[in-house]
Design a protein around this ligand. Structure first.
Ligand code: SAH
Length: 266
């Protein structure tokens, strides 16, 4: 048996890229440079890693599956500055890798943890230059959605609060081994150097967005009852007789700030 054979594991969300053209296209979009500070999440068997290393020999990767570590080590042994962190990316302290230079984060992410992982990574926005992710197509659409669209909601608002979002291109199931049941897409996120609409309390903003979209068919007022009494709601300047999906990121920030000023706490 091939000592490096590895059976893809569903619970780790393993769908390995196998199409050289797509791998090349992804890495071209990232455009790695020699002195970049890149960290790849979930390198798997190294499909993207190999091309990243060609351009940028100092590379950190975070991989959860222990069985993949010897495969990666053997394949990339010649790269002295290639460092594998066997860890759960959901708990990994990315700031520890960003001491000298802002990070460029890359990953064909496990789809089952993509939303919590994105929220975890957003907490490092000040230390990140950009992020390129492969995600389920619908998740990328939610990230890039604008008010009024069906896919507009909590994920899009919180991602757009911190980052500029670009939906780059689609990747069909045939590009993977084993093939996922869904279409995928590549997204580029560039954290703003300065937030365009900084909230006075971002935790409250998250909470407001959360309750607002719990019942997306009802008016904002309905959802906000969880957070504020009717006196406070009556005092708002923001029109809360509309649905959550009609408010822009800027308007959500204004609403959250107003609620804070009226004494609402999380
Ligand atoms: N980048 C590779 C593999 C993609 S599959 C390719 O494109 O071929 C997703 C990868 O994420 C797998 O290697 C899986 O083991 C890893 N992974 C899954 N959950 C993880 C977690 N919580 N933290 C870090 N890596 C994880």
């Amino acid at each position: 048996m091939d000592p490096f054979s590895h059976k893809a594991r569903k619970r780790f969300g393993q769908n390995f890229l196998s199409d050289p053209g797509i791998i090349q296209r992804i890495v071209s979009s990232i455009a790695p440079r020699e002195d970049d500070n890149i960290v790849e999440i979930g390198p798997g068997k190294g499909a993207i890693t190999a091309l990243l290393l060609e351009a940028c020999p100092k590379l950190n990767v975070v991989e959860l599956d222990r069985d993949l570590i010897p495969i990666l080590l053997a394949q990339f042994a010649v790269f002295k500055d290639f460092k594998i962190h066997q860890a759960d990316a959901l708990k990994f302290d990315f700031a520890s890798l960003a001491e000298d230079k802002p990070l460029r984060i890359v990953g064909n992410l496990p789809y089952n943890i993509s939303t919590p992982l994105i929220f975890h990574l957003l907490s490092y926005h000040g230390k990140v230059q950009d992020m390129h992710f492969m995600l389920q197509k619908e998740v990328v659409e939610r990230m890039a959605a604008v008010p009024g669209q069906k896919s507009y909601g909590r994920l899009g608002i919180m991602v757009q609060y911190y980052c500029q979002v670009e939906n780059l291109f689609l990747v069909p199931p045939e590009c993977f081994q084993p093939q996922p049941k869904v279409d995928s897409a590549i997204v580029r996120l560039r954290p703003f150097q300065e937030l365009p609409y900084p909230a006075k309390d971002v935790k409250l903003l998250e909470r407001v967005v959360n309750v607002a979209f719990q019942q997306r068919r009802k008016t904002l007022r309905n959802g906000l009852k969880q957070l504020a009494n009717s006196e406070q709601l009556d005092a708002l300047k923001t029109d809360i007789s509309v649905r959550a999906e009609n408010l822009s990121v800027e308007q959500f920030v204004a609403l959250s700030d107003e609620l804070l000023d009226l004494g609402v706490k999380i």
